[in-house]
Write a protein that binds this ligand. Structure first.
Ligand code: UD1
Length: 416
């Protein structure tokens, strides 16, 4: 399915369960390269990006297969790990570069294609490489590959230039099997990093400072198989929560973690939505009278997540007044704005800033998905819009949302 048509104007009501977090499952699967024996990873979302990572593991001779269904993966890591990551998998998904640290730490040598750019920005890997170098790795970039060499990584104190999620994860994984202690200062604090650290600790790693900006890893000789359950996807939860109020309805998301969603919940309340939190895991967002403009900046966690910026902006296109949105994480993450304008939104962008003036309602149009979260935003826009919206490029959405059309249909959306 490369496109999806939906009829807007149906009020969404009901309860929906959130899936496992893509951005936690991906580094955890890369982390299984470090873990000898069998691991069972539960609550893995069934997504295109996950299939890419499974292919990657299999190509390295780490066997990953559904057990007994697609949301549980059994990983068997009993063979000699291969050193070279395939070009097509790394260029298809930037997160494939997460295998670099684990392969290096496990085997002393890794050859991984450079991930290249992507639609939301250039996304370099310099912070990952600086970390590996600090731990003693020789780094060579040739013929489109990054080659990393170091018979035994050494623990070291380092300060990241920016709290990059991927670099924190890659360096933390490599440090698990290093000699001595690694201290990562200015580490990212996203909940997905905590989940990775919890998995690795369960496998025998010694990581402390989890959830803080100083992560301390005491290297161990080996990690061994264990069972781990992936945390719920906070970005999927945020998307589903916005789907309630943007249609004048009320959506309850079950199985979420409130502390991961706090910045989004705060902004939804500021925009005039009613948000009820029960037991920290069940969150309801409801339309509660006219929506109001709000300003927000994307920030590393615990700030407002860049991955929910497009969806929140969509809500603001139908909120009375003028909102200012600052995207501080990625340089090119307003591509959804042009598509939303095709649906009648009033948005002006200038560099990292978008100024959104609310209109009473969007109107259905043919639009194109440019990246994963932009796709979610356009579907939210289609739910609100008068008439029919056809969203092209659904393959982007399948990379990161498990059964989104089905979940929205269960809440009352009319997908044609
Ligand atoms: C992860 C998430 C992605 C999310 C992002 C920010 C996964 C699989 N993906 O991506 O969904 O949008 O965090 O929350 O978990 N940067 C550098 N040099 C580096 C690394 C990063 O300059 O070596 C820059 C990037 O270009 C970007 C910023 O840092 O501008 C944030 O990137 P980073 O936190 O690394 O994001 P990812 O790990 O790629």
């Amino acid at each position: 399915m490369s496109r999806l048509s939906l009829e807007g104007g149906h009020v969404l009501n009901g309860t929906v369960k959130v899936s496992g977090a893509k951005n936690a499952a991906l580094p955890i699967l890369a982390g299984t390269i470090l873990v000898e024996g069998d691991s069972l990873i539960e609550n893995v979302p069934n997504l295109l990006d996950i299939s890419t990572m499974i292919k990657m593991l299999n190509s390295l001779d780490v066997v990953a297969e559904p057990y007994p269904d697609k949301n549980i993966l059994k990983i068997r890591n009993n063979r000699k790990i291969r050193h070279i990551a395939p070009y097509d998998l790394v260029t298809a998904m930037r997160a494939s570069f997460f295998v670099a640290g684990p392969i290096l730490a496990r085997t002393g040598y890794a050859k991984v294609p450079m991930p290249g750019g992507c639609s939301i920005g250039s996304r370099p890997i310099d912070i990952h490489l600086t970390g590996f170098k600090a731990m003693g790795a020789e780094v060579r970039m040739e013929h489109g590959f990054v080659e990393l060499k170091c018979p035994k990584l050494k623990g070291v104190r380092m300060h990241l230039d920016f709290p990059s999620v991927g670099a924190t994860e890659n360096i933390m994984m490599a440090a698990c099997l290093a000699d001595g202690q690694t201290v990562i200062e200015n580490a990212a604090r996203e909940p997905e990093i905590d989940d990775l650290a919890n998995y690795l600790n369960r496998a025998g790693a010694q990581i402390s400072g989890i959830g803080t900006s100083v992560i301390v890893v005491n290297g161990v000789k080996r990690l061994t198989g264990c069972t781990h359950r992936v945390i719920p996807d906070r970005i999927e939860a945020a998307t589903l929560l916005i789907a309630g109020p943007i249609t004048g309805g009320r959506v309850t998301v079950e199985g979420a973690i409130f502390s991961h969603l706090e910045p989004v919940v705060m902004k939804l309340r500021e925009a005039g939505c009613e948000v009820i939190v029960e037991n920290d895991t069940t969150i309801t967002a409801a339309f509660n009278g006219p929506l109001k403009a709000v300003n927000f900046d994307t920030m590393p966690f615990p700030g407002f997540p860049t991955d929910a910026q497009a969806q929140m902006m969509t809500l603001l296109t139908v909120s009375a007044g003028t909102s200012v949105v600052e995207e501080t994480i990625f340089e090119n993450r307003f591509m959804h704005a042009e598509e939303l304008k095709r649906m009648g939104a009033n948005i002006k962008t200038n560099g990292h800033t978008a100024i959104v003036t609310g209109v009473p309602r969007l109107s259905g149009a043919e639009v194109k998905i440019t990246d994963l979260r932009a796709g979610a935003a356009l579907i939210l826009a289609g739910l609100n819009a008068e008439g029919i919206t056809t969203v092209h490029g659904m393959n982007h959405l399948k990379r990161g949302y498990e059964n989104l059309p089905e979940k929205l249909t269960s809440l009352g959306a009319k997908i044609l």
